[in-house]
Every structure is written in structure tokens, then in C-alpha cells.
Design a protein around this ligand. Structure first.
Ligand code: MLT
Length: 426
């Protein structure tokens, strides 16, 4: 009898963003005239930069000619792209990463989800709450958790990220083996300093643990004092893997390209306690299960690093950061507490006690604005929503006007019904 992986039955019915998309589509069907503005999923809206398109076209043109056509490429990515990444993203920032430590892939979601395959089933996993759901769900699928009760899976060590700790996870009190970190953070938009990341690298070294560091949003860092890669931290090469993506950096959400850095001296341990090369394991997995990113896409990704490409991509990021500023200022005007929106495209808003799905429904039905309910990222997000800055300036401006009206209305209704409207903390 063909039997199912029972761990799937522990998962929530559907993936967060699929759930939201369904709700929004249902609403649109019932309200065909509604002009819905999507500030939910972090999906870019601006066209690929001209230099990137040129790289893309060059790649396509080469594929159109027998003399320059390419079939299977190296699974790990073409040398031209791995060398360009190593130099620009790491070596130029003083981080000692070599081209053959970079594995080009179709994006950070797949890599952050797949990486846990390399570890034993009974390791202790520490995951922030709130968190990007793919880290947690893939560990559930792999059978590293018990059942889901009261908003949490047993067997996971949750690291609460709350206002009281500046939305930064605290070092676990118990010994853990695998730690997921993401900075600038999705969903909260919070950032970590070099000193804060140093504490994690030291913890990992002391406990023979591994850090999976998701840096998909590093391009949004404008504060020069903040680290752009975990490899700016001394010793991180031995205990950290880093995930990167061109999705938000250069508008590749539909084009698909990212990469994972696995330093050669990053070791894990087999059941006999012997050191095992993580690089060799990931290489084995990658070459077995992945056949590389298409050549034109890798040419497009390389163009992100040309002089013109860098300038054009920076301009796009500034555009989204300007949207984030507009959102932050509106939220301030409304007297709501928030974090993020600086060095990050996400703004994490405290709903002053309102349940996050109720907040979601309110914004959808009264403002035709889509947010992401914080509960979808974990129990600590129950009273938060996330707004994303990825949309056009016109749409963001309009969405903020609608938000002001919808929330003013809500506040009047709540006051009239005698409920207290919690005073807003700054
Ligand atoms: C998000 O909205 O959290 C991201 O866009 C989802 C993703 O990158 O897969």
C-alpha cells in the first residue's frame, strides 16, 4: 500500500501566501469593482532594469545560434556568475568567500527549505517567532516536530521576537543544533548589528551548532554600520551558511535566481561524531536534485553587478524604500506602533490588540488593501500585520489614504461601542 508522509497532516491546511491569495481572489470575485492594492506578499512590481534585460537578451541570443548554444550547465552555476558574486558581494566587503563556495539556484525559498535535508532527524532546531513560514514547514515535513498545539509545534525551540527584545531573538538557554536567522528580517523588518551577530557566531562555535542565515533582503540596508553578510563576522565561515536572492534585490521574483554560500571549512558531525564537510554534502545534494539555472537568467543576474546594473538596481531599491518611508510615516500619524521600514521593505505594525486576521479583513473590506496577517508568521504575530513596500508609488500613496480613513472609522466605531482604543506607544 502506498502510504503518505504523515508529517504533512501536522501542517496548517495551506501555505500562508496561498491562503491569502485565495481570500483576496474570493473578495475580488464578490466585489468586481474593487481596486485592490496588494501590500501583502513581498512581490516586486517594477520591470527588470535595462542592463539586466540586456544581459538576459544576450543570453537568449546566444541560445539562438548553434555556435554559442548551451545545453546543461554546471549545476552549481556558471563560473562567470559565481566569480562575480564572490567578488562583489563578499570579497569587496572584506568577507573571504570563494567562487566555488557559491551554489547558484532558482531562489532562496527552495534553498532555505531544502537545506534541512542534510541534518539528522533528531537535531534540536531553534526558529524565531515570527518567522518566514518555509523554514518551519519544511522541518515539520521532515518529521522534526510533534503536533501543532496552541499555535506551536512541539519539538521546536521557538525564539520569541517581541517589542521587549527589539524583535531580535535571544540566545537559547538550552543547547540547540540548528539556528535559523534572517536579517533584515522577514517579517518584522528588524536588523541586527555586527555585535549582535557576533554573539550568535560565538554561540554556534561553543555549541557545535550551525546557523542558517537568510540575507535575502541585504540590498535594502542603507546604514553602513550594519553587516550585509554574516561573513563580515569573524569565525562565521566555520558555523554559518548564507542564503541570498535576486528576487527583491533586482526584481527577479518571476525570473528566479538566488544562491547559497557554503564555506568549505564549515563542518557538521556524523553519528560517530566525526567532522563532515557541509560543502561536500550540499554539492552532492545539489548535483543530484538540481540541474542549474538557465543560462539567460544567469547572464541577467551577472548584469546586476555591472556598473550600470548596480546603479539601476540601487535606484529600484531606493524607490521601494521611499514607499516604505511613506508607509512608516502614515503608521506614525495613525499613532500605531511599528518596527522596520528602514533598511527593509517590510513594516511590522502593532494592531493595538486587534487579532491579525481581523485586521487583515478590516483592511481588505474597508480599504481594499491587502496586508499579511502576523499570525501567519507565528504566535508572536497574532496582534500584528505586515505591510510590504513593493508596489507603485501611486498605489502605496492611495493605499495609505485609504488606510487612514478605514482606521479612523474603526476607531470611531470602537469608541462608540465603549471599548477602549489602546493608546499608541512610540
Ligand atoms: C514574503 O512576502 O514573505 C516573501 O515574498 C515570500 C517569499 O519570498 O517567498
Amino acid at each position: 500500500m502506498i502510504r503518505a508522509n504523515d508529517n504533512y497532516s501536522k501542517l496548517q491546511a495551506s501555505y500562508l501566501f496561498s491562503d491569502i491569495a485565495k481570500k483576496v481572489n474570493d473578495y475580488q470575485l464578490k466585489n468586481p469593482e474593487a481596486h485592490i492594492i496588494r501590500l501583502g506578499i513581498g512581490d516586486v512590481t517594477r520591470a527588470l532594469a535595462p542592463e539586466v534585460i540586456k544581459g538576459f537578451h544576450d543570453g537568449v541570443n546566444e541560445m539562438a545560434n548553434d555556435a554559442t548554444f548551451r545545453g546543461y550547465g554546471p549545476e552549481q552555476g556558471y563560473a562567470f556568475l559565481r566569480e562575480t558574486i564572490a567578488k562583489n558581494d563578499f570579497q569587496d566587503r572584506g568577507a573571504d568567500i570563494l567562487p566555488d563556495e557559491i551554489f547558484v539556484s532558482d531562489g532562496a525559498k527552495c534553498d532555505t527549505g531544502n537545506f534541512q535535508e542534510l541534518f539528522a532527524k533528531d537535531i534540536k532546531v531553534a526558529i524565531p517567532d515570527p518567522v518566514y513560514p518555509a523554514y518551519l514547514d519544511t522541518n515539520v515535513m521532515a518529521g522534526r516536530t510533534g503536533e501543532f498545539e496552541k499555535g506551536r509545534y512541539s519539538g521546536i525551540i521557538y525564539m520569541d521576537c517581541l517589542k521587549e527584545n527589539n524583535f531580535l531573538p535571544k540566545l537559547p538557554e538550552e543547547q540547540v543544533d540548528l539556528i535559523y536567522l534572517c536579517f533584515p528580517n522577514n517579517p518584522t523588518g528588524s536588523t541586527a548589528t555586527k555585535e549582535e551577530l557576533t554573539l550568535w557566531v560565538e554561540y554556534a562555535k561553543k555549541n557545535q551548532a550551525l546557523i542558517l542565515f537568510d540575507a535575502a533582503y541585504e540590498a535594502f540596508i542603507r546604514d553602513e554600520a550594519l553587516p550585509r553578510t554574516i561573513y563580515e563576522i569573524e569565525g562565521a565561515r566555520e558555523v554559518a551558511v548564507e542564503f541570498r536572492s535576486f528576487s527583491k534585490t533586482a526584481g527577479f521574483t518571476g525570473t528566479r535566481c538566488g544562491f547559497t554560500v557554503v564555506p568549505k571549512n564549515c563542518m557538521i558531525f556524523n553519528s560517530k561524531g566525526e567532522k563532515t564537510s557541509l560543502h561536500a554534502m550540499w554539492n552532492r545534494r545539489h548535483t543530484t536534485k538540481f540541474n542549474g539555472v538557465s543560462y539567460p537568467v544567469q547572464k541577467a543576474a551577472q548584469a546586476v553587478y555591472s556598473q550600470e546594473g548596480k546603479a539601476q538596481v540601487q535606484e529600484q531599491i531606493s524607490y521601494y524604500l521611499n514607499n516604505a518611508d511613506i508607509i512608516r510615516k502614515t503608521i506614525e500619524t495613525l499613532g500605531l506602533d511599528y518596527v522596520g521600514g528602514k533598511n527593509s521593505p517590510y513594516i511590522w505594525i502593532d494592531g493595538s490588540g486587534m487579532d491579525s486576521w481581523k485586521f487583515f479583513d478590516l483592511l481588505l473590506t474597508k480599504a481594499s488593501v491587502v496586508c499579511t496577517p502576523g499570525a501567519g508568521f507565528g504566535r508572536c504575530g497574532n496582534n500584528y500585520i505586515r505591510l510590504s513596500a513593493f508596489n507603485s508609488l501611486d498605489n502605496v500613496t492611495l493605499a495609505m489614504e485609504r488606510l487612514k480613513k478605514a482606521l479612523a472609522l474603526k476607531s470611531r466605531v470602537t469608541n462608540r461601542s465603549g471599548l477602549t482604543n489602546r493608546s499608541h506607544v512610540k
